[in-house]
Design a binder for this molecule. Structure first.
Ligand code: DX5
Ligand code: ZN
Length: 218
């Protein structure tokens, strides 16, 4: 039996920051499903990227889901501004907060779907008490900060465990992967359980973006 198809979420991190409206258009024209917005603060991740105003300005240009990935030290400080900007998903790093359960409640109370993300060094067991509350779990397959890195394929095993836990306990979170995903390894990520495929450089460097999206989705 073939693996279930996935949603494609190109990451704006790899787009031309000088023309994000065109980047958005190329994502839509290629048939992708979500826009992945990688937010970095130069502390949790050693890079700077977008803020809530980026989402606010892009929001009226597309109906696609705005999937915001906050690689920041104090994600609690940004819940309201991203909700007001029109973010659909707010995904924070469990490594960056003391009180993840409270964060999830705050995100949902602000009207967004709640996701958590783990870096390669964080085990799935660290998420166990949160899984019943989540809309999304994002498994980062590279060390956060930069696009174009090589996937740490051993991290894909986290999907297998998270998928089993979801089935065992009747949870409903989506499983997403991010970092080093290409048209070549996307099928492996789907086989391991990915429901959403985030890709930055593999999308924006593709000569045929529609074909790349087809390969991400399966
Ligand atoms: C973490 C970022 C990147 C980005 C994807 O650094 O989250 O993983 O989304 O970058 P690519 O797809 O170019 O590896
Ligand atoms: Zn991301």
């Amino acid at each position: 039996m073939g693996t279930k198809s996935a949603l494609a979420a190109p990451s704006l991190l790899a787009a031309d920051f000088g023309n994000l409206a065109a980047a958005l258009k190329s994502i839509e024209e290629a048939g992708a499903d979500w826009i992945h917005v990688d937010v970095m603060d130069g502390h949790f991740a050693p890079n700077l990227s977008f803020g809530p105003k980026t989402v606010k300005d892009l929001r009226p240009l597309t109906k696609l889901v705005m999937d915001c990935h906050l690689m920041v030290e104090n994600p609690m400080d940004f819940v309201k501004s991203f909700a007001d900007a029109g973010a659909d998903y707010f995904t924070f790093h469990v490594e960056a907060v003391y009180h993840s359960n409270r964060m999830i409640r705050l995100i949902k109370d602000a009207g967004m779907k709640a996701g958590v993300c783990v870096v390669p060094g964080t085990p799935v067991s660290f998420l166990e008490e949160l899984l019943g509350e989540l809309d999304l779990v994002l498994v980062l397959l590279v060390n956060p900060g930069f696009g174009g890195q090589k996937m740490i394929t051993s991290s894909l095993e986290k999907l297998v465990r998270l998928k089993a836990l979801r089935e065992e306990r009747g949870y409903r979170y989506l499983l997403s992967v991010d970092g080093g995903v290409t048209t070549e390894n996307a099928a492996l990520a789907r086989e391991k359980g990915a429901d959403v495929i985030v890709a930055g450089s593999a999308f924006f460097d593709a000569a045929d973006k529609a074909e790349a999206v087809r390969r991400f989705k399966g």
